[in-house]
Design a binder for this molecule. Structure first.
Ligand code: NAD
Length: 364
């Protein structure tokens, strides 16, 4: 990995550009640990964010990615209504080569030095078991296995939050939120997609499912009574809802003009290839868009619930808030004629700014 491209000035420029509070560099040569922890904002509460173990081409890329992800977590926490801020951590390297108990525990010690301003959780290359190991050195961890009181697999909650996002969109478009007879295309029949198909079919929606892995798609369709569609030609399907639950960037200059759906609501991260332009295109076409980072917040919600002593019923209760939050975003988008993504950002910023004011009073 190249180290030459990042100078001190670059780092401070990046911190200002992404408007961050803190970046911590963690280094232990004996253990082979090189990591960074970024904290974007702690106005609403401690900064939460996953730890990813990943190789990058340059150090600049690591820093930029971590700053981008921690800022995104600030917005996600704010719009979801939980009392958490945004953070992120990256342990640099190949997961299958560098991961060891000592590396994870040493990393846990660095997390602990931040005195609870950063809470770590799962991301690419880390598992609930890894969180259990990190917890040997710090209490500031979420995403532990269910067997030790953690929230375990978050995908059922992500599916649930997407389900509430879909219902909010249907309510706005049709005046009631019944799913019976509504046509819904679920792109991706993985962990979230399969659970979502199950939830939608329970309310008698007509569900189409597509995946590039044919066996999985057929299995999920048969299991829940959905219909399969070929993955290559789905964007012009005349359905009420398109639920992207596979990959990012599917809402772009190429696909948006083809869309015949009325609502878009799914779990995939970064669905809008260009947030501003493509978000605006959806608004102009009159397609309701439930912002991805709001309605896929089931994982964040289950971690939040875990921090207060995990309870399944509390997590489901918190996931239900996604319904009203999505409606508020859609209404603001309509009223102010701004994209739904922009409306969500503004609601998140307003919440942070208003709590900043009361926090200042508390410190006086
Ligand atoms: P997954 O890997 O279990 O499932 C993704 C599925 O999409 C796979 O079956 C894959 O074959 C399919 N796929 C890939 N490319 C496709 C294409 N071009 N057309 C159709 N299908 C395609 O992942 P998941 O955990 O179900 O997550 C789904 C999406 O939601 C991902 O983008 C993920 O980042 C996002 N997400 C997941 C969670 C969670 O809790 N799991 C939380 C937030 C966001």
């Amino acid at each position: 990995m190249s180290t030459e491209s990042t100078t001190n000035t670059d780092i401070f420029q990046l911190l200002s550009q992404f408007d961050h509070q803190k970046i911590a560099f963690c280094n232990d040569e004996k253990i082979g640990l090189k990591a960074i922890i970024t904290i974007h904002d702690t106005t609403l509460g401690p900064a939460i964010g996953g730890t990813r173990i990943l190789e990058y081409k340059t150090e600049q890329e690591v820093i930029k990615d971590s700053l981008r992800l921690s800022k995104a977590m600030t917005y996600k926490s704010a719009i979801t209504g939980v009392n958490l801020g945004g953070g992120n951590a990256v342990i640099i390297g190949n997961n299958s080569i560098i991961k060891s108990e000592s590396l994870l525990r040493r990393f846990g010690q660095f997390v602990n030095e931040l005195n609870g301003t950063y809470i770590t959780s799962l991301d690419i290359g880390t598992t609930p078991r890894d969180m259990e190991i990190i917890k040997m050195e710090t209490p500031h961890v979420a995403g532990l296995p269910a067997s030790v009181g953690g929230s375990g697999d978050s995908s059922p909650f992500t599916a649930k939050s997407v389900y509430y996002g879909i219902k909010a969109g249907i309510k706005e478009m049709f005046g009631n939120d019944s799913l019976a007879g509504r046509t819904i295309l679920v792109q991706g029949s993985g962990q979230v997609g399969a659970d979502l198909v199950s939830l939608l079919r329970r309310e008698n929606a007509k569900v189409y499912v597509s995946d590039i892995v044919v066996d999985r798609m057929v299995y999920v369709a048969n299991q829940y009574g959905a219909e399969v569609v070929q993955a290559n030609n789905i964007y012009n399907m005349d359905v009420d809802v398109y639920a992207p639950c596979a990959l990012g960037g599917t809402l772009n200059d190429d696909t948006i003009p083809k869309l015949k759906c009325k609502i878009i609501a799914g779990s995939a991260n970064n669905q809008l290839k260009d947030e501003d332009r493509n978000g605006r295109m959806l608004l102009e076409r009159g397609i309701l868009y439930a912002p991805d980072y709001l309605i896929n917040a089931g994982g964040l919600i289950s971690c939040y619930s875990e921090l207060a002593g995990y309870s399944n019923s509390r997590t489901l209760e918190l996931a239900e808030n996604i319904y009203e939050a999505t409606r508020s975003v859609i209404q603001k988008s309509k009223l102010e004629q701004i994209s739904a993504h922009q409306a969500a950002n503004r609601i998140a910023e307003d919440r942070i700014n208003s709590i900043k004011i009361i926090n200042n009073h508390r410190r006086l």
